[in-house]
Design a protein around this ligand. Structure first.
Ligand code: HEM
Length: 163
């Protein structure tokens, strides 16, 4: 496998496969609460880019649900990070933010969707991904729909898949 590009060293803690250790909590003002499982893949091919896939499943019947995939870039010499994301719902996003220690704080920088996307449209996403001192990865996602407040949609923790 390719040698890790030096630009990615600050994000090396993310690399590998992570699986939810217990079902995550989904919520939003407009929907009933739900549970889900999710597997995250972060890999690289020697470029200064992380490739990622997030695959979520219904916690009860295991059916595939939300999926997103994309690329992570870090502005060399800074702690500015960008996620370039495509979601199976028809949303595409650039999220940007900061890497602080082993915590990423991201917000929508640009967003587009299919012309026939369901309304109300997503207007803003904000997420925190962090490696906790106990070795678990944690992700919290909030979103705002057109004209509405930023409200939590997802909270989940993951363990590194043992190899
Ligand atoms: C609903 C956005 C990730 C599961 C929704 C809705 C939106 C949305 C706009 C519709 C809310 C409404 O109808 O008022 C997003 C965005 C995500 C994301 C932007 C990522 C950044 C996920 C993930 C799951 C998930 C990872 C895990 C399974 C659901 C479920 C609903 C829902 C079950 C309610 C039923 C439905 O409308 O399909 N989401 N979502 N979402 N989301 Fe997400």
């Amino acid at each position: 496998s390719a040698e890790l590009n030096a630009a990615l060293e600050p994000l090396a803690w993310l690399l590998g496969i992570w699986e939810s250790d217990q079902p995550g909590d989904g919520s939003f003002s407009t929907i009933p609460p739900f549970h889900y499982n999710e597997t995250l893949h972060f890999s690289h091919v020697g470029q200064p880019v992380i490739n990622f896939m997030f695959n979520a499943f219904n916690a009860e019947n295991k059916k595939p649900m939300h999926r997103e995939c994309g690329f992570i870039r870090i502005q060399p010499g800074t702690n500015r990070v960008a996620f370039i994301i495509a979601q199976n719902s028809g949303l595409v996003e650039v999220e940007e933010g900061l890497l602080t220690g082993q915590q990423l704080t991201l917000q929508t920088h640009a967003l587009a969707r299919t012309s026939f996307a369901k309304e109300p449209h997503v207007e803003q996403v904000s997420r925190v991904i962090q490696l906790r001192p106990d070795g678990k990865l944690e992700q919290t996602v909030s979103m705002a729909l057109e004209g509405g407040p930023l409200t939590q949609h997802l909270h989940i923790t993951y363990c590194r898949r043992s190899t």
